[in-house]
Write a protein that binds this ligand. Structure first.
Ligand SMILES: [Zn+2]
Length: 122
């Protein structure tokens, strides 16, 4: 992998990490407010519960993404960034640009998507 490409991916991953942290923080605040309101009013407000569930799913989703972004940064440092975790072939630069935290090449990702029909957000 070219040094310039690695450098640009590093920058991309770092800004992704920053974005995710900010978004997580904002959502965590919102979530805390929701659960607090829930506790004090002791209502079974379906709308609040729904929002709580949606937020909680989103939080988990972004937390997982953050973990992936951080492990991608770790792989960059270790020198095996851009290698497919499944077949060991290099992942295409275009694919990495579109999805900097991916650990699978296009072919392996497609195979996996075929296996997992409906990924759950929990
Ligand atoms: Zn692969």
């Amino acid at each position: 992998m070219r040094a310039r490409f690695r450098k640009s991916m590093r920058r991309k991953l770092l800004s992704l990490e920053r974005e995710l942290l900010q978004s997580l923080e904002a959502q965590q605040d919102e979530y805390d407010e929701l659960t607090y309101a829930d506790r004090t009013e002791e209502t079974e407000d379906a709308a609040v519960r729904n929002e709580e569930r949606t937020l909680s799913a989103l939080l988990h989703h972004e937390e997982r993404r953050l973990t992936r972004v951080r492990s991608a940064l770790g792989r960059l440092v270790a020198g095996h960034y851009g290698t497919c975790a499944d077949c060991g072939n290099p992942i295409g630069e275009e694919r990495l640009k579109a999805q900097p935290d991916t650990i699978f090449c296009y072919g392996c990702a497609k195979k996996r998507q075929g296996n997992i029909r409906s990924p759950h957000l929990s």
